[in-house]
Write a protein that binds this ligand. Structure first.
Ligand code: FES
Ligand SMILES: [Fe+2]
Length: 421
C-alpha cells in the first residue's frame, strides 16, 4: 500500500515545503482529491453553440468529450469506449451526429447512449446496450463557463463559485453589447508543477521585474497603466480557493466611467469605430477591447485573466500544459476583435513580450526548488496587513500573496479531506 505524504507537514499559513512541486506521491493524491472531487472548467459556451457540436478536452488526467445534444443539453463524457477502452473521438472540435469507435465500430449518441454494436448477435443476448453508455460526468454552467466533475455529491457549481460569481459577471462585460466568444488559443507546456502556474496568476509582485520587456515595448501611457504595484489595487480571497487580484481598479467595471478619455493606443480604433457607432457605443466598445483590470483565479484550473482565459492541465508532477484562450465579442465589430487579438498576441503569444518570460521564471522555480532539503517556499508577503471586509473576504495590497494563501487553503482542505476553506 502506498503511504500518502503527510500533507500537514508540508504546508503552513505562510509557507510550503519545497517538495510540493516535485513529490510524485503528492501529485497522485492531487489528481484524485483535487481534480476528481472539485468542479473543473472544461469549456466556454461559445465553443459549442449549436446542437451536434463538440470539443475534446480533459478533466484532470481523464480525456473527455464535451458535446451539445439535439435538445441543446451539454454533456461531458469520458472519451473511452465501453468495449475495450479506445478513445472514441480524437478531433479537437467539430460537429457530429454520433461518435463511432474506430476499433470495432460501437456507436454512441451525442448524449453518450450506446446506439449501435456491429454483429451484436455474437453476444447471444449478453450485451445490454442501455447499460453501456459513455460515462457521463456531472455538468453545470455559470455565465457561459461550463464545468464538470466526477463527484456527484459535492455542492452545486453556483455554491462552489460563491463570492467569485460577481467577478465572473464583471469579466464577461468585455463582450460590450455582445456575448463573449472564444477566438483561438496558444497552447504550450512548461517543465514545472501545475501549482507554480496557479500561484502566478495571483502574483502581481513579479510584474515589473519579469515583465520589464513588456513594459518597455508599450507607449508611456500604457506603461503607466501597467505600473500598478504602488497603486490602489488589492488581492482578495473569495473562498473555495478562488481569488481576485485587482491591478487596475479603474478597469473593474467596464460599463462605468464611459466619459474617461480614450487611451492613446485606442485612438485610431475609436476613429474607425465611429463610422458605424455612436460616440457612446465607441467608448463602451473601446473600453471592452482594453480588457479588465483584474485576474480572477478559479481553483483549480481556470483563470479569467484580464482579457483571456488561462487554463492549466497537469501532465505530470513536473510538466504542465497551459492554454491561453483569446476572447472577443460574438457579433461585435471585426476591427474591435482584431484589436483584441493583436493585444493578446503582444503579451500572451508565443512570440509575445509577456508569456515567454513568465514560462522562464516557472521553469526556474521547478529546478531551483529541488536544491537542498527542508527549505520552505515563502507565501507570507502581505500577511501582516491583511484585513477582512464586511463580507468576510480577506484582502491585502496588490502584491500580497493573499491569493496564493487562498488557493493553498483549499488545496489543504481537499488533500486532508477537511471542510472546505
Ligand atoms: S474498443 Fe471501441 S468498439 Fe471495441
Ligand atoms: Fe506574468
Amino acid at each position: 500500500m502506498t503511504a500518502f505524504p503527510d500533507v500537514k507537514q508540508l504546508l503552513a499559513e505562510d509557507r510550503a515545503d519545497g517538495s510540493i512541486y516535485s513529490n510524485s506521491d503528492l501529485y497522485d493524491m492531487e489528481m484524485d482529491r483535487i481534480f476528481m472531487h472539485n468542479w473543473i472548467w472544461v469549456a466556454h459556451r461559445s465553443e459549442l453553440p449549436e446542437p451536434g457540436q463538440f470539443i475534446t478536452t480533459f478533466v484532470g488526467s481523464h480525456p473527455v468529450i464535451v458535446s451539445r445534444d439535439r435538445q441543446g443539453v451539454v454533456h461531458v463524457m469520458l472519451n473511452r469506449c465501453r468495449h475495450r477502452g479506445a478513445t472514441v473521438c480524437e478531433q479537437k472540435h467539430g460537429k457530429a451526429a454520433s461518435f463511432v469507435c474506430p476499433y470495432h465500430g460501437w456507436a454512441y449518441g451525442l448524449d453518450g447512449a450506446l446506439r449501435g454494436v456491429p454483429h451484436q448477435d455474437g453476444y447471444t443476448g449478453q450485451l445490454d446496450k442501455s447499460k453501456l453508455p459513455l460515462v457521463n460526468l456531472r455538468v453545470e454552467e455559470y455565465n457561459g463557463l461550463i464545468f464538470a466533475t466526477f463527484d456527484k455529491s459535492i455542492m452545486s457549481l453556483e455554491d462552489w463559485l460563491g463570492r467569485a460569481k460577481p467577478w465572473i459577471d464583471l469579466f464577461m462585460k468585455q463582450g460590450a453589447y455582445w456575448p463573449i466568444k472564444t477566438m483561438g488559443e496558444h497552447k504550450f507546456t512548461f517543465p514545472g508543477n501545475w501549482k507554480i502556474q496557479l500561484e502566478n496568476t495571483t502574483d502581481a509582485y513579479h510584474f515589473p521585474i519579469v515583465h520589464k520587456p513588456y513594459l518597455d515595448s508599450v507607449d508611456k501611457e500604457t506603461e503607466d497603466t501597467f505600473s500598478f504595484l504602488d497603486g490602489e489595487g488589492y488581492v482578495e480571497d473569495l473562498g473555495h480557493g478562488h481569488s481576485v487580484m485587482v491591478m487596475i481598479p479603474d478597469l473593474v467595471d467596464l460599463e462605468e466611467d464611459l466619459d474617461r478619455p480614450i487611451p492613446m493606443r485606442f485612438e485610431k480604433l475609436a476613429e474607425d469605430l465611429s463610422k458605424d457607432h455612436t460616440p457612446q457605443e465607441v467608448r463602451r466598445i473601446v473600453r471592452a477591447v482594453g480588457g479588465t483590470g483584474f485576474n480572477l483565479n478559479l481553483f483549480p484550473n481556470l483563470a479569467c485573466s484580464m482579457a483571456f482565459f488561462r487554463v492549466l492541465r497537469p501532465l505530470s508532477v513536473n510538466e504542465t500544459e497551459i492554454r491561453h484562450i483569446a476572447i472577443g465579442m460574438d457579433g461585435g465589430p471585426a476591427i474591435a476583435n482584431q484589436a483584441r487579438l493583436r493585444l493578446h498576441e503582444h503579451f500572451q503569444g508565443p512570440m509575445g513580450f509577456g508569456t515567454p518570460d513568465d514560462a522562464e521564471a516557472w521553469d526556474r522555480v521547478q529546478r531551483g526548488s529541488l536544491a537542498g532539503r527542508d527549505i520552505p517556499i515563502l507565501l507570507n508577503r502581505g500577511i501582516g496587513h491583511e484585513a477582512k471586509r464586511e463580507n468576510g473576504n480577506l484582502y491585502s495590497d496588490v502584491s500580497a500573496e493573499t491569493g496564493m494563501r487562498a488557493a493553498y487553503r483549499q488545496w489543504f482542505a481537499d488533500m486532508t479531506e477537511e471542510n472546505e476553506a
